[in-house]
Design a protein around this ligand. Structure first.
Ligand code: GLV
Ligand code: MN
Length: 216
């Protein structure tokens, strides 16, 4: 009986610890503007700059319009700890994502963060996939918000006639992005063709053709 009680206590403690942990570690000071030049970067962020000013807490890099003339018809401007060191230790970051008509946010995942987003302009088909391959998707218009649970594959597609724009936020200062087509077909060194032909049930010519579009 005592054993049962102590294992339920341990289980409750573990569940509490797991559910109370945010994606990044909690800060132990008001702020710690990252000194990106100090090397090496620490395990969970950067050392703090010794002297800071108001400019360390603002970032103009999300301003549009972004140039979307690229094969995806979409461009991301990121405000994460690498572009905006004021975010260091604070556990948040944001993107401005702009799409030409027909532009796509390729299927990708963020290994270190849940994503929330709001459509600012246009009409965007947004979707994510669960670990058992269920697709949750919807066309959203300006003012509508969506969420992508941490680590799940998701995409966006501009289904409107004009340009579209999203603002996305993450519960990590550096959410990371695994962009599936680039990861699988544009890695360096490349994944051997034998792996990809077997995985996708396609031939070498097709693999080489796809790889040629995702050269690093
Ligand atoms: C959109 O999915 C983004 O990662 O900004
Ligand atoms: Mn994303």
């Amino acid at each position: 009986m005592a054993n049962l009680q102590s294992s339920s206590f341990l289980l409750t403690l573990c569940l509490f610890l797991i559910t109370s942990l945010s994606s990044d570690f909690d800060p132990s000071q008001d702020f710690c503007v990252g000194d990106l030049k100090a090397s090496p970067s620490t395990i969970n962020g950067f050392p703090c700059k010794s002297s800071v000013s108001s400019n360390d807490f603002v970032f103009s890099g999300l301003k549009g319009p972004l140039n979307t003339s690229n094969p995806n018809g979409a461009t991301v401007a990121s405000g994460n700890v690498l572009t905006f060191p004021g975010l260091n230790t604070l556990g948040v970051s944001m993107n401005n994502v702009e799409f030409a008509p027909g532009g796509v946010g390729q299927p990708h995942t963020h290994p270190r963060a849940t994503e929330a987003g709001v459509v600012i302009e246009g009409s965007v088909f947004v979707g994510f996939l669960t670990t058992n391959n269920t697709l949750f998707s919807k066309v959203l218009s300006a003012g509508e918000m969506f969420v992508v649970p941490r680590g799940l594959v998701h995409f966006q597609f501009n289904v409107g006639k004009g340009k579209a724009r999203l603002i996305t936020v993450f519960n990590s200062q550096l959410p990371g992005a695994v962009i599936l087509p680039n990861t699988l077909f544009g890695s360096n060194p490349a994944i051997p063709n034998a792996v990809l032909t077997k995985t996708f049930r396609i031939d070498d010519v097709t693999v080489n053709n796809i790889k040629s579009k995702f050269v690093v």
